[in-house]
Design a protein around this ligand. Sequence first.
Ligand SMILES: [Fe+2]
Length: 295
Amino acid sequence: MEVIPLGSGFAAELRGITLADVASDDAAYAAARAAFEEHSVLVLRNQDVTDETQLAFSRRFGPPEVTKVGSEGTGSHFVILSTIGPDGKVVPADHRMQMRAKANQLWHTDSSFKRVPALTSILSARIIAEHGGETEYVSTRLAFERLDPDVRGRLENSFAWHDYAHSRGQIAAGLASAEERAALPPQCWRMVWRNPVNGRGALYLASHAYAVEGIEPAAGKKLIDDLTATATAPGTSYLHEWRKGDVVMWDNRATMHRGRPWPSHEARLMIRTTISATEADGVGIMHPPSWQAAE
Ligand SMILES: [Fe+2]
């Protein structure tokens, strides 16, 4: 296996390895896992992707999430990100499926609004839009390391509230349904996620984050906005232009990402699997101490 850095200080392409290799071979998994911890975003090109191979690859990294209510693929291990309706035609620009694609265009990390946050997401391109539709990534680890030491120390002991309804509300009122809101109560997470393998901290931020514990609401919101602006500063991102057969996986503990727009009449179909973070991934100390005591 070859690891080719993609030139933004994080993100790398893995060559000479397939999804099936990682699924079936311990040494291949160990090599891919080490690259994942180091580079945060991994790109595998020219893969022969089926739902089964994607899931077998994904399972190596931990327990797969079950897709939440209100998402395409609910109850399965797959999130179907599609703008194609049941009749095979692209749905209109104001359709819920298109609005949800818009919400994915805000900088975020996946599943920070869930009771168990995500270690990694694995995304495969099945139908690619002709124009645009890239996925853009930033390293919140590098962003954290750019901050002053005293700010880093303060953030490490600060906690932010994350809510799915908040990010969806930025696109359209009511985009998160009552059923989704009931299933996904707000979660409070430490603002820095320390990687237990290499000890490096990363800002844990997302469009889902709306408040900072113990800080007046407007000031908390401003802190989140300022940190997001720092983390997503121009020139710091890796922009992935999708080709057929591409699979990209990313570390939700150490990156943020956003979808880029594409013409709404062009079809696009992406399949995501998502792996929950476990104790070994450092999730144990992410809730505030008071919250941990209550559990
Ligand atoms: Fe996402």
